[in-house]
Design a protein around this ligand. Structure first.
Ligand SMILES: Cc1cc2nc3c(=O)[nH]c(=O)nc-3n(C[C@H](O)[C@H](O)[C@H](O)COP(=O)(O)O)c2cc1C
Length: 384
């Protein structure tokens, strides 16, 4: 039955060959509830299951590393072989049990790989050795990725997607934003290569398109393949919105079923002109609107969407096909159900002035606004 107040938000849609029950996705958030070897804990499965129980139609996990060289955080999940597939199957199972599509975000961290102390010795891979400030006052220079390492990363993406399918996920989202490996190839600032992987638009987008083709070839036709796409690097001379709009039809040809456009990289977020971006309402929506005009697959809008009336409007007027909420569902997993039931005044928001979720990633993310039971447990699962 059509919802009286939010008819579009609570209408189903097709993603690839599968159905999403509404237009609300949980956007990926690295909560880091895996163990030191990247194996999901029961808390991680409950955390994601709880977001599905709260009514999201799709739950996209935090970024799962495809390899040791592509890992960033000490407690980040890593899916590179089938030695702990049961733990990943537990995560997928908890999401699907509550009627949501289970999507695993997959990443090679590239220039941001970690743990950072170890990577002072290891090869931190990027298209070109362009120095950047990793931490305040600490500049590092990544290593130029070789042809063999490119081939390895592409086959690792396909392998992780195949493993995610085996674990029972409905699909994967390739991380092609924020300055991680895929998006660093896009950027003329981060990618100064003179070979077939750099220079022209065709060359800078080759790695992403090849990754999508390899993933598509490794999984069944019903398995969903999405991408988080850098929509604008927000830096002079960097990857532009025009390039992102040109890329979207090619990504569709390569086999994507949905996309989530996202602006900036970790570096460009720190520039004075982009200060405070994350706190602004609907802060990357104009880029989404522009990209959707060139797309035929569903496009999700993300970033600074808290008010359900705003979410309904963005989708109803056709700017996007769905909304992806990260922090709102971290502080309140019941956002979709409360909205659907007309309990909007009960929504719990975090004011985010402390950015506690980011500051606590090294030990497992928390939120200032959680009820005591969740704070005591260290995560917001079924018991909170
Ligand atoms: C603590 C934290 C962790 C995040 N981890 C990821 C991640 O693993 N992958 C990703 O693509 N985006 C990640 N993001 C970005 C979110 O998906 C989202 O784009 C951003 O928070 C804006 O959406 P929101 O206003 O709904 O929170 C993270 C954001 C936060 C605050």
């Amino acid at each position: 039955m059509t919802h009286a107040i939010y008819p579009t938000l609570f209408s189903p849609m097709k993603i690839g060959r599968r159905e999403m029950k509404n237009r609300i996705a949980q956007a990926p958030m690295s909560v880091c509830y895996a163990d030191g070897n990247g194996v999901p804990t029961p808390a991680m499965a409950e955390h994601y299951g709880r977001r599905a129980q709260g009514g999201a139609g799709m739950v996209i996990t935090e970024n799962l590393a495809i390899s040791v060289s592509g890992r960033q955080m000490p407690l980040q999940p890593m899916l590179k072989d089938d030695s702990h597939l049961d733990a990943f199957a537990h995560v997928a199972g908890e999401i699907r049990r509550h009627g949501a599509l289970a999507i695993a975000q997959i990443v090679h961290a590239g220039r941001y790989a970690g743990p950072w102390t170890e990577y002072e010795k290891a090869r931190r891979l990027a298209p070109s050795p362009v120095p950047f400030e990793l931490l305040p006052g600490k500049t590092v220079t990544p290593a130029e990725i070789t042809e063999d390492e490119i081939e390895q990363a592409l086959s690792d993406f396909a392998n992780t997607a195949r493993l995610a399918e085996k674990a029972g996920f409905d699909g994967v989202e390739l991380h092609g934003a924020q300055g991680f490996l895929v998006s660093s190839f896009f950027s003329p600032v981060m990618n100064r290569r003179k070979d077939g992987w750099g220079g022209s638009f065709e060359n800078r987008t080759r790695f992403a398109l090849e990754a999508v083709r390899r993933i598509r070839a490794a999984v069944g036709r019903d398995f969903i393949v999405g991408i988080q796409l850098m929509s604008d690097e927000l830096r002079p001379g960097g990857w532009s919105l025009d390039e992102a709009t040109s890329l979207i039809p090619r990504l569709e040809e390569a086999g994507i079923d949905f996309a989530v456009p996202v602006v900036s990289t970790f570096e460009t977020l720190k520039t004075p002109e982009n200060a405070g971006l994350f706190a602004r309402p609907t802060f990357q929506h104009e880029e989404v609107r522009a990209i959707r005009r060139f797309a035929t697959v569903p496009i999700f809008t993300n970033g600074g969407i808290r008010d359900p009336r705003v979410a309904e409007d963005l989708v109803a007027r056709g700017d996007a096909d769905g909304v992806a909420l990260a922090r709102p569902l971290f502080s309140d997993p019941d956002w979709p159900e409360k909205v659907r039931e007309g309990r909007v005044c009960e929504l719990r928001f975090c004011d985010c002035t402390q950015a506690t979720c980011l500051r606590t990633q090294l030990t497992g993310s928390r939120c200032e606004s959680w009820p005591k039971a969740a704070t005591d447990a260290g995560y917001f699962g079924y018991q909170a």
